[in-house]
Design a protein around this ligand. Structure first.
Ligand code: CP
Ligand code: NVA
Length: 303
């Protein structure tokens, strides 16, 4: 059974195919609508954390493709509390054709996949957000027309977004730089794993945001406090001072540099309003592309 739990599960060639499929589905949608290739199919959506983009893009994506999605919030199924993950996976996969799950521990999506008889899609875990990374690559391809050889500078926390972007950059030939404060770097095991599986990867692990954005084509940032880390906010917010993507930092890059953020943005913290709403920002194109990237993943796994 093929799942979409992390970008490492798919080859670079398969991920590039998914991006082309997303472009086709986007064009088809804007040319009168998608063909109902998922007619009669149901996606079960498990959410242990809040969501706007992921929930709406999967639900609307299923509708556009002729299918249907069911929302299962934290109070409804109590994943691993009211019922074991194995039992949830077995029951849900007897009634649906796919499961999308947003969880805390990454092991919860791998456990779902272990017991499920239908494909499981990771809609964000503490370790990765592969669907977001695919929408990000789609946005980069639309903007630049290619990915190989571009330079991406990620400013901030070495979190789920930073880890999935690293895997995406490795698969799409993008030079990856990250500037993080001490104690919030990318986990060394991820850097070692991705470097070993992609010997051609260019990666720079830096401390200074100003150094990271030098000659960057893309500046990317994310929240300093991810979902589930709310108790750490008092320590995190001071640690990330100096890691804000503001007009001064963007001016150190190139005129053609684009600014990306997966959203939700904590404006005034990791990104300023003038940058988020400025001419170099593509954040809302990125958000819309969640819909088109999700459709490609759904069609490829469920049809
Ligand atoms: N970027 C993203 O996944 O947004 P949501 O948390 O709103 O789904
Ligand atoms: N790093 C953020 C991403 C939100 C889409 C979080 O996990 O909360």
């Amino acid at each position: 059974m093929k799942h979409f739990l992390d970008l490492t599960d798919w080859s670079s060639q398969d991920l590039r195919y998914l991006i082309r499929l997303a472009q086709q589905l986007k064009l088809e949608w804007h040319s009168g609508g998608n063909r109902p290739v998922l007619a009669g199919k149901t996606l079960g959506m498990i959410f242990q954390k809040p969501s706007l983009r992921t929930r709406v893009s999967f639900d609307v994506g299923m509708q556009h493709l002729g299918g249907h999605a069911i929302m299962l919030g934290p109070e409804e199924i109590g994943l691993g509390k009211r019922e074991s993950i194995a039992d949830v996976a077995r029951v849900l996969s007897s009634m649906t054709q796919g499961i999308m799950a947003r969880v805390f521990a990454h092991s919860h999506v791998t456990e779902l996949a272990k017991w499920s008889r239908v494909p499981v899609i990771n809609g964000l875990s503490d370790d990765s957000h592969p669907c977001q990374a695919m929408a990000d690559i789609l946005t980069i391809v639309e903007h630049f027309g290619y990915t190989d050889g571009l330079r991406l500078a990620y400013i901030g926390d070495g979190n789920n977004i930073a880890m999935s972007l690293l895997r995406a950059c490795a698969a799409f030939g993008i030079h990856y730089r990250i500037a993080s404060p001490e104690g919030y770097e990318l986990p060394a095991r991820i850097v070692a794993e991705v470097s070993a599986s992609h010997p051609a990867l260019h990666i720079d692990l830096l401390r200074s945001p100003a150094d990271a954005v030098q000659a960057a084509d893309i500046i990317y940032t994310d929240t300093w406090v991810s979902m589930g880390q709310e108790d750490e906010a008092a320590a995190r917010v001071p640690a990330f001072q100096g890691y804000r993507v503001d007009a001064d930092l963007v001016a150190r890059a190139e005129k053609h540099t684009i600014v990306m953020h997966d959203l939700p943005a904590y404006r005034g913290k990791e990104i300023t309003d003038d940058v988020a709403d400025g001419p170099q920002s593509v954040i809302f194109a990125q958000a819309e592309n969640r819909l088109h990237a999700q459709k490609a993943i759904l069609v490829s796994l469920l049809s």
